[in-house]
Design a protein around this ligand. Structure first.
Ligand code: NI
Length: 196
């Protein structure tokens, strides 16, 4: 009883995880060399305000990308490639669901995502949530992320993050990743054999 009370009291002071607890190199290696299982359950909210879990997307191949809407170049470039790949897949794209999971839920609200995701593809779903829910999803995909203030003590910040595009099969099983900067053509080439 005492232990339970102490735990409860303590959890009240625990701040939500707002960045990776593991070093960047370790997380990059985990993905690059396939050292750890990638992916897993998540419970987030989409750009329409609907609750979404990984289970909602069973039956579809997923392209899962983690980033943030204020990202100046890496995220827009990769999201653009994902959108182009969807277009190039033509009718086969019906079996593919692209997901953009924010690593900056403080700024990437439902409303912000609703403005942002349609810029890249009409089928792109943006996902946000509590810091804790985002951290759980990021940890499952071995994503590195960290807020970096523009100046010391500045409220304005950027988010350093790893930028892999993950391919997940219709059963939720991880298939592999595309490194940042992968062109749409290459994604299509790799995804197409699964869709036939
Ligand atoms: Ni980015």
């Amino acid at each position: 009883m005492l232990a339970a009370l102490v735990l409860t009291a303590d959890s009240g002071h625990t701040t939500a995880q707002t960045e990776s607890t593991r070093p960047a190199a370790e997380l990059m290696d985990a993905v690059m060399w396939n050292r750890e299982p990638i992916g897993g359950p998540f419970a987030l909210t989409d750009q329409a305000g609907q609750a979404r879990t990984d289970r909602d997307f069973r039956g579809k191949y997923l392209l899962v990308y983690f980033g943030f809407t204020y990202c100046p170049d890496v995220c827009p470039t990769d999201l653009q490639a994902i959108g182009l790949a969807m277009d190039q897949l033509g009718t086969l794209a019906a079996a593919v669901q692209p997901l953009f999971v924010t690593l900056d839920p403080a700024r990437d609200t439902v409303e912000q995502l609703a403005q942002y995701v349609p810029l890249f593809h009409p089928k792109l779903i943006g996902l946000t949530g509590s810091e804790t829910a985002i951290a759980a999803a990021a940890n499952a995909y071995r994503v590195y992320y960290k807020r970096v203030p523009f100046e010391k003590n500045a409220a304005d910040y950027t988010v350093d993050h790893s930028a892999f595009v993950y391919l997940v099969d219709p059963d939720g099983k991880y298939l592999g990743f595309f490194p940042p900067g992968t062109p749409a053509e290459r994604m299509v080439e790799m995804i197409k054999p699964y869709l036939k």
